[in-house]
Design a protein around this ligand. Structure first.
Ligand SMILES: [Zn+2]
Length: 300
């Protein structure tokens, strides 16, 4: 397909004549984002386009994850409508989107790096394939285990828990082969939960990543403390009744927002949302609330 030659001046004349709004305009002309910003600026210059319509254009870019365009449109808006109300809020939204994008790019870069624990697993258990979701969770653990607020989790998971869980998987690999990514993710945490129960640990908590990429649902569930044995027992009940995953896969923000901790625990327990995943690309982990010193005695 040959790229259509675009005459911006002609387009601007056309837009004004046809009195197109911003969405119709973007629909009709195959403008790349630089051209779009140029057109918006020109229209603003001639007072043809209103502030509200430019705001909508920026919101459209944010929805479409076209952060570059959103930033450039914002620059145009700040130039032509510096004092208009709503500019500040819009700027805030664009900045958040930029932060999120940066954190996504960094995450993707980290995910490409080879993982020492996966390397260990492949040499220890040649021929055993891991569920892709488990590989993802291991890399997530690798990436975030060095952040200062997860120091205890880091020690716990790296020295004892991850290899132990991988060994269990290697020996029961058939259990994971037919699972959906959500089931595999939950099973991964369930193995840890069983280990916690066996070690007399009474409560665990949800560790969300707390970066700009963290969704509202995970952010709301993060640092909720739950009872180990009660959760384990209700999972055992669900597994035997073939409903390991809840009917409604993930909670919505409305399900858990503005709730005192006890109430939140009750809602999570009742609906079967007590172990990650809580969203489609969940990176949440679980960790013991308090670990007896003796637990680390045998750690390498
Ligand atoms: Zn999550």
């Amino acid at each position: 397909m040959t790229k259509q030659r675009i005459n911006i001046e002609e387009i601007i004349r056309d837009i004004k004549k046809a009195k197109l709004n911003d969405l119709q305009m973007m629909d009709k002309y195959p403008l790349d984002h630089k051209q779009l910003v140029f057109v918006l600026g020109k229209l603003a210059d001639d007072k043809h386009i209103s502030f509200g319509r430019m705001i909508n254009a920026v919101k459209g870019c944010l929805t479409g994850s076209d952060i570059g365009t959103a930033e450039e449109c914002l620059a145009v808006i700040e130039k032509y409508f510096p004092k208009a109300s709503g500019v500040k809020t819009l700027k805030h939204r664009v900045e958040n989107a930029v932060d999120k994008k940066k954190s996504q790019d960094e995450f993707q870069r980290q995910m490409q790096k080879p993982s020492p624990i996966l390397k260990w697993f492949k040499s220890e258990y040649p021929g055993v394939t891991l569920h892709p979701e488990i590989e993802r969770m291991i890399k997530v653990t690798d990436i975030y285990s060095d952040t200062p607020n997860s120091h205890v989790i880091s020690i716990y998971q790296h020295l004892t828990e991850t290899p132990k869980r991988l060994t269990i998987i290697a020996k029961n690999n058939h259990l994971f082969s037919g699972l959906s990514k959500y089931e595999a993710n939950r099973m991964w945490h369930y193995i840890m939960l069983v280990t916690l129960a066996e070690n007399g640990i009474e409560t665990f908590f949800i560790v969300d990543v707390m970066d700009p990429m963290t969704c509202h649902v995970c952010g709301h569930i993060g640092f909720t403390h739950l009872p180990v044995k009660k959760v384990r027992d209700s999972i055992i009940k669900r597994v035997s009744s073939n409903s390991f995953l809840p009917k409604k896969l993930f909670p919505s923000v409305e399900d858990i927002d503005n709730m005192p901790p006890n109430e939140k625990v009750r809602v999570l327990m009742e609906n079967g949302w007590y172990l990650p995943p809580f969203c489609d690309n969940c990176r949440c982990q679980i960790a013991p609330t308090a670990v007896p010193v003796s637990y680390f005695a045998g750690a390498p």
